[in-house]
Ligand binder design. Structure first.
Ligand code: ASP
Ligand code: MG
Length: 458
């Protein structure tokens, strides 16, 4: 069995879905479990519908609901043009899903209050719609495909908008449900992103969570590979939207991929790697617009060479500097500080400490007012806004001779606010002013990747 996950751009419209079905059709001998995202931009649209309902903006809400319905009805009609019976049934199903959504959204609008539970129900409709339409379209092309409701098998804890997977439940449910659905079929399809609690309460895995769904399913069915189909040729040495002359990476390790995802590369959801590692399942990042490309293979560490693989970055972060003379020679201080972060559910990226100071970075979107005021009760706290975080990532780079010199040599002019050398040997990170970021990452990338013969000396 293999898992094939298709992201929003791979199922965006008629052409994309036609290509995607062709790709799936070529792999039926490997028993694909197809996992799909919502059509591109649909999850954003559902967020906007929720916001319009919560703020009782009736005209905007109705207009957006109309757009959502029209896009899906038109798509189903186009894809099933040649099969009138399937077309009628698919359009009816799409309308039924949209009707359910409409009544819920109108009810939310009537009270002007949106619970996280209702939000999770609303947001999930993108995946229900896409998987339904694609399932019909696959059948119309002669691929006998069964549809599975992911909420029967993807079990999470109770946080509605960012449910944490309960692995034991997923492992015990997925194989049986998939086997059963496969009977007499060529393929099965399910939704990424959406899940439920053990009591059947609706949850979702958080933005971009379909990759994570795919790897959890892959782990549960012991897939021989997990394919993440997207709209780029694989993982590159840096984000090509920001950096020139990036190179494509044929293979990277699980650990490198995890660090890249955590430290700003936007190719994979950061938690995707973990379930695959547990069963040692290779992940392939592939391009549905260029299916014959090799993509990037994410493999176990032993199969990957040492050396720099990526310059990743986070564009907008804050540095929280915490000072206290009480920290000197006391124990338990760090625990107290990080408990405050944890209780406020603020996620920390980099940490650097000295005797009387702790500096941590957080994403600019984190709400830190509560943390700052609690810390201020026993420390001096200074928050630096408008910073950016740059990470050089690669297997064993921390052990390579001259790597620190090589990393910092190109940064002649700019201020470096904080440096953190990952204990994992895979990562050297530092913080610069946000306005310097473009220049820093370009210079650093040029320096590290444009002299391959020099790199070989390490
Ligand atoms: N549709 C969801 C999102 O846009 C999940 C995903 O695509 O991975 O966040
Ligand atoms: Mg994605």
């Amino acid at each position: 069995m293999i898992v094939m996950k298709f992201g929003g751009t791979s199922v965006a419209n008629f052409e994309a879905i036609t290509r995607t079905i062709f790709i799936i059709g070529g792999k039926l001998d490997q028993k694909p479990v197809v996992v799909v995202s919502a059509l591109s931009k649909v999850t954003d649209l559902l967020y906007r519908i929720s916001d319009a309902a919560a703020s009782r903006n009736v005209s905007e809400m109705e207009e957006l609901l109309f757009q959502l319905r029209k896009r899906h009805v038109d798509l189903a009609s186009d894809l099933l043009e040649q099969s009138p019976m399937l077309k009628e049934s698919a359009v009816a199903k799409v309308n039924e899903i949209c009707d359910g959504l409409t009544s819920l959204v109108r009810a939310v609008c009537a009270v002007g209050e949106l619970s996280d539970r209702n939000k999770a129900v609303i947001i999930a409709n993108g995946e229900y719609l896409s998987s339904t339409i694609i399932c019909y379209a696959m059948n119309s092309k002669g691929i006998r495909t069964n549809w599975i409701d992911a909420r029967r098998m993807m079990i999470t804890k109770g946080e509605y908008m960012k449910g944490e997977p309960v692995e034991k439940e997923i492992l015990s449910r997925v194989p049986g449900i998939v086997e059963e659905a496969y009977k007499g079929m060529d393929a099965v399809i399910t939704q990424g992103f959406i899940a439920s609690t053990i009591d059947g309460e609706p949850t979702v895995l958080g933005r971009g969570g379909s990759d994570y769904s795919a790897s959890l399913i892959g782990m549960a069915v012991d897939a021989s590979r997990i394919e993440i189909w997207t709209d780029v040729d694989g993982v590159r040495t840096a984000d090509p939207r920001k950096v020139n002359n990036t190179k494509y990476l044929e293979k990277i390790s699980f650990e490198e991929a995890a660090e890249m995802a955590h430290f700003g590369a936007k190719v994979l959801h950061p938690l995707t790697i973990e379930p695959a590692v547990k069963k040692n399942i290779p992940i392939y990042v592939l391009n549905s617009m260029n299916p014959s490309g090799k993509g990037t293979a994410i493999l176990r560490n032993e199969l990957i060479e040492d050396g720099v693989k990526s310059v990743s970055f986070k564009e907008n972060i804050k540095v929280i500097n915490i000072f206290s003379t009480r920290m000197i020679n006391t124990s338990g201080f760090l625990r107290r500080v990080f408990e405050i972060f944890s209780e406020s559910r603020v996620s920390v990226d980099l940490i650097s400490t000295s005797e009387a100071n702790i500096s941590v970075t957080v994403d600019a979107s984190e709400k830190i007012d509560g943390v700052v005021s609690e810390l201020s009760e026993f420390c001096d706290v200074i928050v630096d806004d408008d910073k950016a975080q740059v990470s050089v990532i690669g297997k064993n780079i921390v052990r390579l001779n001259g790597m620190l010199k090589k990393t910092f040599a190109p940064l002649k002019k700019c201020n470096v606010y904080m440096i953190s050398q990952g204990a994992s040997f895979v990562n050297i990170s530092f913080v610069v002013d946000r306005e310097e970021l473009s220049e820093v990452v370009q210079d650093l990338h040029d320096h590290l990747f444009d002299n391959p013969e020099e790199l070989a000396d390490f």
